[in-house]
Design a protein around this ligand. Structure first.
Ligand SMILES: O=C(O)CCC(=O)C(=O)O
Length: 280
């Protein structure tokens, strides 16, 4: 367990492992997730439900994103006022080739000011080098934005396969090994990625993005949920979190949120694509 979370976060751009759920609780969430994913896989909007704001579709995701110990820790880095802005389901099946190339999340999010987004990666199974854990390059959040190139590799979970151009620091990579119920927190500009799952075990986890309410997503008004403290800025329309799994109300709410994302992406087109990069 980590002491001085805010200091470590500022220094390395990532802090881990942080226990936020018991192993038994994580196991229960893993079952709820796996049940829903199997049940809903044939739905037209399934990929979008996974990649964008799953807390609007799945109640279990919202419960995870707002669980007390998780938010107590997020608060130490984000501050007392916390907005839940994004997330994705980040599973890798056993013996699967999918990977995340080395990238910075905020390179593609176009937030102002930059460098205030915090991403929680919460493990719902054991996550280690064999099944493709997250890795990061310590201190790289202090470089600001770095150059990326598009590779469009078919096994890359990032839709354009964007990856950093300068690979000189890769031998400094740190692996984030987590037990079920543990998480890491990473800075929106820290360079990170993950390899394929070479094991016979699934890699189960979610990632969740939080912002302080003063951070704006310029272009068109987006939506988000205040999950701690107070919002004195009003940058986001309020979202309604999911009840149950993929209810008709939840589907509509997700569509509304996606429309905000699309409007913003179109409005920033030609400048920088806000969401066309990292999937979360
Ligand atoms: O789940 C992972 O291994 C990495 C996820 C990630 O980097 C992303 O969604 O941008």
């Amino acid at each position: 367990m980590v002491a001085d979370i805010a200091d470590r976060f500022q220094q390395d751009g990532c802090v881990h492992p942080i226990e936020v759920l018991s192993e038994a609780e994580a196991g229960t969430y893993a079952k709820r997730m796996q049940h829903d994913l199997a049940d809903l896989a044939s739905e037209d909007n399934f990929a979008d439900w996974n990649y964008y704001k799953p807390y609007l579709i799945f109640e279990w995701f919202y419960e995870l994103a707002t669980s007390r110990r998780l938010l107590d820790t997020v608060e130490q880095v984000v501050g007392p006022d916390v907005v839940l802005w994004g997330g994705s389901i980040s599973n890798k099946p056993p013996h699967s080739s999918g990977f995340f190339s080395w990238h910075q999340d905020e390179k593609y999010w176009h937030l102002e000011p930059q460098g205030r987004a915090v991403v929680a990666w919460l493990a719902l199974s054991t996550v280690d080098e064999q099944n493709g854990c997250l890795k990061y390059l310590p201190g790289t959040h202090r470089k600001g934005e770095v150059a990326h190139e598009m590779t469009y590799h078919p096994d890359n979970y990032l839709r354009r396969g964007q990856q950093i151009v300068d690979a000189t620091q890769l031998d400094e990579a740190v692996s984030i090994v987590l037990r079920p119920g543990e998480m890491s927190l990473h800075h929106g500009l820290v360079i990170h990625g993950s390899g394929p799952n070479e094991s016979s075990r699934p890699r189960l986890g979610v990632n969740i993005t939080y912002l302080p309410p003063e951070v704006r997503a310029p272009g068109a008004r987006e939506s988000a949920i205040l999950v701690r403290g107070e919002d004195r800025f009003g940058n986001y329309a309020a979202e309604t979190p999911a009840r149950g799994s993929a209810s008709s109300e939840a589907r509509l709410e997700h569509q509304r949120a996606m429309a905000g994302i699309t409007r913003r992406t179109l409005s920033t087109a030609g400048k920088r694509a806000a969401y066309d990069g990292a999937r979360s």
